[in-house]
Design a protein around this ligand. Structure first.
Ligand SMILES: *Cc1c(COP(=O)(O)O)cnc(C)c1O
Length: 404
């Protein structure tokens, strides 16, 4: 059964102090903490298996290759991809998105439309703007409402036979809104467009089924779901991945090289040029295993409890406003205190050992919508507690007293 005190023992960092106070880590939407099981996997790899993969005939290389490919299969099973070669290991969400955006350069032309949403992270805006510059395609934006939800009637109006691609995040990192991706995918497919879902913020909370979603591309980063930094994944339907040209040239991604012509390796290696983050990939597999051991249903239920507890307590503070008030959201609370700058609130909280994010959260268009410079964002994970939320609430009250 779910026992948060037991779970906390898996995370060594949670017992450290910051500025003399017990660490309260509420910046999970930026990066999650790493359990001992995942740390051990990395240490074990470098202690016992370190070798380059897919190359050597020697034992170490074969063992490292097996572990790496086993991790790919763990990831495949987790996302329920049909084939393991539909899982491309990348350096993270940003890399995955750029890989797809680059691939579409040769498939788009002037007059084509790309649709993104107003709730996107910069890494799901800028690569598409660059793609539009290269191809002459047009970028259209699904607008949002005051609650931080996408306006679906507006989406209907943007879709046309010119729509080639739709890119939306599964869950907004700035506000926590869970977007209706099933409907978004279905409607895009009805006009013949492909869909990429940015799952970076969703994967710490839910277990996506890419076949059930019938999504064309789904991307995520390991470091937001208990894994290490510098590794992530791209799921793509094999039919799409076969159509896209390689992203980077180099070792590992070729079948045959001569100075006249190079032929490319088959999936997934076509998109995995160079020596990858081997330990990271293996640890990504371990992180997924760890999270599944706890169970995504238990995680979601507990985090929801934290979200409601914190929302209620924070709203009791006069002058505190929460941005992102959809009924359908995960454990992220973006807020401001009267006219106090979020940075000042964040600095006082840090003195109290409480880690929150302040700023625009790589989503400036959302801040422009609300006409604010940024927010204080507290994001909760399954290893956080109500006691920690009480500390946050006291800290915010203190910040308000000191700054107003
Ligand atoms: C964190 C995040 C990204 C970027 O992920 P990286 O790991 O920095 O590449 C993209 N989209 C969303 C929604 C995110 O939360």
């Amino acid at each position: 059964m779910f026992n948060v005190q037991d779970i906390r023992k898996d995370f060594p960092i949670l017992s450290r102090k910051v500025n003399g106070k017990p660490l309260v880590y509420f910046d999970n939407a930026a990066t999650s903490q790493t359990p001992q099981q995942v740390i051990d996997t990395i240490v074990d790899y470098y202690s016992n298996y370190n070798a380059n993969i897919h190359r050597g005939v020697h034992t170490l290389s074969q063992e490292a290759t097996d572990l790496y490919e086993q991790a790919r299969q763990n990831i495949q099973a987790h996302f329920n991809a049909k084939f393991s070669h539909e899982i491309i290991l990348t350096s993270g969400t940003t890399h995955s998105i750029n890989l797809v955006a680059n691939g579409f350069s040769s498939l788009l032309k002037k007059g084509d439309d790309i649709i993104v949403s107003a709730l996107e992270h910069h890494s799901n805006i800028v690569p598409w703007q660059m793609l539009c510059e290269r191809t002459g395609a047009h970028l259209k934006v699904i607008p949002m409402n005051e609650d931080g939800e996408l306006i679906m009637e507006a989406y209907d109006k943007l879709l046309s036979k010119n729509t080639k691609l739709v890119f939306v995040n599964h869950i907004s990192n700035a506000l926590g809104t869970i977007n209706p991706i099933e409907t978004i995918i279905e409607k895009a497919h009805a006009v013949g467009a492909a869909v990429l879902i940015d799952g970076a913020q969703a994967c710490p909370h839910v277990k996506p089924d890419v076949q059930k979603l019938d999504v064309d591309f789904y991307v995520a980063s390991a470091h937001k779901m208990c894994g290490p930094t510098g590794v992530g994944m791209l799921y793509g339907k094999a039919s799409w991945l076969n159509k896209l040209p390689p992203y980077q040239g180099g070792g590992e991604m070729i079948a045959e090289v001569t100075f006249e012509k190079t032929t490319y390796a088959s999936l997934p290696h076509k998109f995995e040029a160079g020596t990858p983050n081997i330990a990271g990939g293996i640890a990504f597999g371990a992180a997924i295993k760890y999270m599944n051991t706890i169970g995504f249903e238990a995680i979601a239920a507990y985090e929801n409890e934290l979200l409601h507890y914190a929302t209620e307590k924070l709203l009791q503070i006069e002058g505190l406003k929460i941005y992102g008030t959809s009924e359908s959201k995960t454990s992220v609370i973006s807020f401001n205190l009267n006219n106090i700058h979020p940075y000042d609130v964040g600095t006082i909280l840090d003195k109290l050992g409480i880690a929150v994010r302040t700023g625009h959260h790589c989503a400036q268009p959302i801040m422009d919508f609300y006409k604010i410079p940024g927010t204080v964002r507290a994001s909760f994970a399954f290893y956080n507690t109500k006691k920690e939320i009480d500390a946050l609430v006291e800290g915010v009250k203190k910040a308000k007293m000191m700054l107003s």
